[in-house]
Design a protein around this ligand. Sequence first.
Ligand code: ASP
Length: 343
Amino acid sequence: MENKVPDILLIYTGGTIGMVKDYKSNALKPFDFENIKVKIPELKLLDCKIETTAFPNPIDSSDMSPEYWMKIAEIIESRYEDIDGFVVLTGTDTMSYTSSALSFILENLSKPVIFTGSQLPIGDLRTDAKENLITAIQVASAQQNGQAIVQEVGLYFEYKLYRANRTTKVSSEQFEAFESANYPNLGESGVHLNFNEPWLIRADKSKPLMLNKNFDAKVLILKLFPGISESIVRHILNCPDLEGVILETYGAGNALTAEWFTEILSTTIDKGIPVINVTQCVSGGVMMGHYESSVHLKKTGVISGKDITTESAVAKLKLLLGKKTPSKKFKILFETPLRGEMN
Ligand code: ASP
């Protein structure tokens, strides 16, 4: 039987990668993405069939929202049967949020969904867009014994493939813009494209893809800093719309021990609003109770985010709130890895 080449769908949502410089005004503007093969003729040499689709009005990733996350998910769902791998192009600024969210929206995913973008526009002489795009397509096409090697949401950038929900954007200047501090890279591109197989998710293909569509819960990231004001914290946590809080704490999950702070947290949790403890540190995680300065958090019922990233915590919190998870189960579910997002 003749081997069929993989069908890849490129989904362009916006961001630097799809921009060119207008040499008259010197400003970056989106180009017609349907012409991507003209801009990167090398794409024709790849051993796969590439289709493209683009948002009608490409956005800067600062404008990303759950509504757009759902649009990406629905495009993937609509082509899931006939496409072997998806490459999603977004701006890098919020790519870790978007790709983490997609990992939670796409339940029972067993095909590659690879996010990428670039620091310099495709038309720039020194662009990183070509390598990122070409290799992301190769990652999405990679198969072994007729099965996709990657069966999860990945993020490919500057020679490295990461689990998307483990990433954070760490540089607005370096080509190496992302990091996965708490989980090994899933692959690396050198002379060969190598996958770190033991660390990849092996999906259960018997279950059909399902979309978790309710991602509108109103959540807040509250980053602690020395001198944080009681009146402001009180005001924010009293907002009637608030449904969940990510508390960005110090070090191994530590926070101020002032009585007012414990009291506000405990009132918030008593109202049924989950509070998740995530560390401000780039690597490592939360160990509540390890220091005196986190015992009060544990006692009030704050949930441990362990070694999850803030970006992933936002998505997971929205997922569990959207599923109307009862408060009794919330802690146990949040502290359980659902998509390989925590150890
Ligand atoms: N501001 C752009 C965006 O995130 C930056 C980029 O594409 O890298 O949409």
